[in-house]
Ligand binder design. Structure first.
Ligand code: ADP
Ligand code: MG
Length: 237
């Protein structure tokens, strides 16, 4: 049984539909990339999965239960955590306080200290900067806090929306390496939304390619790197 399974999902904003019959599945322990250009519907898909927008039709099931009508905070408590695009930190709060905000659900509260140690082990830089205000951090450090806040919620499945966006190449490498470590060390299943196809396919097992609100291709990440459509449309070769 898949950890997450989406069947013919249609969703959008008010009257405007942006996702069309999206079906996909994520197995426990996998890293799965969702790639595609700007406006393809990647962020909307994550919002629909995490309960931030309600589906028009279709289903989202997590751990065998249909969650398409479950409130967003309850979905987090059940272990499905969304690290949104653009980091969305509390800019006038410290690194520590931002991490604390990730731990508000009942399961995460019980293991607060252990989870915090895990975040600091993964990103030692955050331990050094615990008391610094989020707005004074570099882009890469802010992304570390956003991911760290996700870990504090103790996810079974973590969905990351463009974690490498806007970062210098060397920092991008650190972020992709951290994502891989989260999957391996903490046995967290990962959905990785990215526009950086090469790096995301390099660390993922499988991938889905989205265009205009639909899944147009899916397969093993290594296979997709050699797919003629992917090469022509996304890799410029
Ligand atoms: N809050 C919103 N209200 C209305 N339309 C939106 C909203 N957010 C995104 N969209 C539209 O949904 C489509 C998909 O956007 P998005 O999911 O953000 O794509 P991606 O993350 O792949 O760049 C776009 O056409 C975008 O304009
Ligand atoms: Mg997006």
């Amino acid at each position: 049984m898949s950890l997450l399974s989406i069947d013919k999902l249609n969703a959008g904003y008010g009257e405007i539909q942006v996702l069309f019959d999206v079906s996909l599945h994520i197995n426990e322990g996998e890293i799965v990339s969702i790639v595609g250009g700007n406006g393809a519907g990647k962020s909307s898909l994550l919002k629909a999965i995490s309960g931030l927008i309600k589906p028009m039709s279709g289903s989202v099931s997590f751990r065998g239960e249909n969650v398409s009508r479950v409130p967003a905070d309850e979905i987090v408590t059940r272990g499905l955590v969304h690290v949104p695009e653009g980091r969305r930190l509390f800019s006038l709060m410290t690194v520590y306080e931002n991490l604390e905000m990730g731990a508000y659900n009942r399961n995460a509260k019980a293991n607060f200290k252990r989870n915090l140690e895990e975040v600091y082990a993964l990103f030692p830089r955050l331990a050094e900067r615990q008391k610094q205000l989020a707005c004074t951090l570099s882009g890469g450090e802010q992304q570390m806090v956003a991911i760290g806040r996700g870990i504090m919620a103790q996810p079974k499945l973590m969905m990351l929306d463009e974690p490498s966006l806007g970062l210098a190449p060397v920092l991008k490498k650190d972020i992709f390496a951290a994502v891989k470590r989260i999957a391996i060390d903490y046995e967290t299943t990962i959905v990785l939304v990215e526009q950086d196809l090469v790096n995301s396919l390099a660390i993922s097992d499988r991938a889905y390619v989205m265009e205009q609100g639909q899944v147009v291709l899916e397969g093993e990440s290594q296979m997709l790197l050699t797919d003629p459509h992917v090469k022509a449309a996304y890799l410029g070769v």
